[in-house]
Design a binder for this molecule. Structure first.
Ligand code: PLP
Length: 386
């Protein structure tokens, strides 16, 4: 089965991890700050905090921005559940902004309309989480301008988008957001097995996220309520978590990030090949927003079902039968049973639901060979009866 995504582990990666395994520190040593430095160097952000997952990074980002009961967090319905769950962890309420049917990202026009209504109702969100689906950056300048106008904070969920660019600058520089989050899950662009990061240009947010990442404990005298009792002394000043990344993971991340640009360039080559070879099939190919460079975590096609005498599910199943491990990103979050129990209904976000009825993620990983890609194209061509 050709998977929809997979990692590449080289001897250099293995050596980096083994060396760390044989070093003095398995956690809380020099590799984590070194990986954070590499992330800052790549993005240009002032601070980077790595965590044991992007989900944890989203949680500490929400906490640092002060999200709590009585607050609202808005995100896109077409995302992994973690983009919304982070708000629920903080006791906040969730709402969604429908997608743009061209980019599949949160639609700035829908956002503008919804903010205007929310303002009248006194229910403006504290935090908006735009998700760079497939690695394609959201229209951040428009989103940022709206957020400033209404006093909303922004966390970019860039789990798909490390290595991408917006207006020529790296995703993660936080020019149009308070915090940006990356994921290093193995299907993503670079991996630390499990892992994530939160980046920010704001010193106060960085300090808060650092506290929440590790039990709310500090050894910084300037944050303490009384003088240190001695060299052993620390204070717990917040309720934090243990969301730390290990040294082994950080060593893998440092090794992987050196190849990031190469990984993304190879994904672009594969995408161009798909674009050419699939051009005459009854499909809608990915749209690329001008002035953006996608991280290309995913390559999503939409079936033109009117021109295909099979259902979406049939096409999906037949691709699997031919050894093509396609996937679907994502089931609209508001239709998940947990979210329906919170009051959401099928029909609430029509563009997201329409996308879900026709979308398929084709295999996309930088080590995919042309032979593998041809297999995907041939299978799809046969199934669609061309
Ligand atoms: C993968 C993913 C996450 C969660 O990442 P983890 O590192 O697995 O916690 C969050 N949001 C999006 C959009 C993702 O794709």
């Amino acid at each position: 089965m050709i998977p929809y995504g997979r990692q590449e582990i080289t001897q250099q990666d293995i050596d980096a991890v083994v060396q760390t395994l044989q070093s003095d520190f398995l956690t809380q040593g020099p590799q984590v700050p070194a990986f954070e430095q590499a992330l800052m160097a790549h993005t240009g952000a002032k601070h980077a905090l790595v965590a044991n997952s992007a989900t944890s990074a989203l949680h500490i980002a929400c906490l640092a921005l002060g999200l709590g009961p009585g607050d609202w967090l808005w995100t896109s319905p077409i995302t992994f559940v973690a983009s919304a769950n982070c708000g629920l962890y903080c006791g906040a309420q969730i709402d969604f902004v429908d997608i743009d049917p061209k980019t599949y990202n949160l639609c700035p026009k829908a956002l503008a309309d919804k903010l205007a209504v929310a303002k009248e109702q006194g229910k403006l969100p504290k935090i908006l989480v735009p998700v760079h689906l497939c690695g394609q950056p959201c229209e951040m300048e428009a989103i940022y301008n709206l957020a400033r106008e209404y006093g909303v904070k922004i966390i970019e969920d860039a789990s798909h988008a490390i290595g991408g660019k917006y207006q020529g600058a790296p995703v993660g520089n936080c020019q149009y957001s308070d915090i940006t989050v990356f994921s290093f899950h193995p299907v993503k662009i670079i991996t630390t097995a499990e892992g994530g990061a939160a980046l920010t240009n704001n010193d106060d947010l960085a300090q808060k996220m650092s506290l929440y990442r590790s039990h709310g404990i500090t050894r910084d005298q300037s944050l303490m309520t009384e003088l240190s009792h001695g060299g052993w002394y620390y204070q717990q000043i917040e309720l934090g978590y243990n969301y730390r990344m290990t040294e082994l993971q950080a060593a893998l991340g440092i090794s992987q990030i050196q190849r990031l640009d190469e990984f993304v360039a190879k994904r672009h080559k594969l995408a161009e090949r798909y674009n050419t070879q699939l051009a005459n099939l009854p499909l809608t190919l990915p749209y690329q927003l001008p002035n953006t460079y996608s991280g290309l975590h995913l390559y999503v096609i939409r079936l033109q079902l009117d021109n295909i005498n099979k259902s979406h599910a049939e096409v999906f199943r037949q691709l699997h039968e031919k050894g093509i491990g396609v996937n679907l990103h994502y089931i609209p979050v508001h239709t998940q049973p947990y979210y329906q129990n919170l009051g959401f209904r099928v029909g609430d976000f029509p563009e997201a639901e329409q996308y879900y009825k026709v979308a398929i993620s084709l295999p996309m990983f930088h080590t995919m060979t042309h032979e593998q890609q041809d297999q995907v194209v041939n299978a799809l061509t046969e199934i669609l009866g061309q």
